[in-house]
Design a protein around this ligand. Sequence first.
Ligand code: ITT
Length: 181
Amino acid sequence: MAIQFVTGNDGKVREARAYLEGIEPVEQVDYDYTEVQSDDLAEIAAHGAREAFEELGGEDGVLVDDAGLFVDALGDFPGPYSAYVEDTLGVERVWQLASAEENRRAHFRTVLAYCDENGVETFEGAVGGTLVAPRGKGGFGYDPIFEYNGQTMAEMSTEQKNAISHRGRALAAFVEWYAER
Ligand code: ITT
């Protein structure tokens, strides 16, 4: 059995594979599920996981990951619109917006939704940090501008990032549930 991770984002897959190594193989599936309009990541992820599970034949369990960057001083912008804002404004411009503010605190949140024949379960993870001018070549997305404990997430290895990140925390909750189900 393998977990089908429904995402077009290779960075998410790399992190899930590193975390689930020796537990369950992860297969990447590029299915474009409907992203419902909502400011609730859990609702978006759960809806996507249900739809993908049915569309993909209803056998192996599917995993969906809906994530976002929430900047305190910008009223939690870009939040659920993080992917759109990365594509349109870009990470550097988001840093420029944040750099005009005194408070540069932000957090990442992710919700993993897992769906199999028993229904859907969601797992959340969050991490707080500080926005900084871009540094580092690892990670993906907003990692170069998100600093945690003196390092940007783009300066960390996949394992280091998983140990402290929103996704690592959500994966930990998922694994605990998965092992006991
Ligand atoms: P899928 O929907 O296909 O999974 P996506 O990249 O569009 O991939 P999201 O809708 O969850 O994913 O968008 C989240 C946005 O936040 C997107 O711009 C990502 O690059 C960014 N992001 C998500 N997780 C991140 C992380 O761990 N580090 C940095 N940026 C992240």
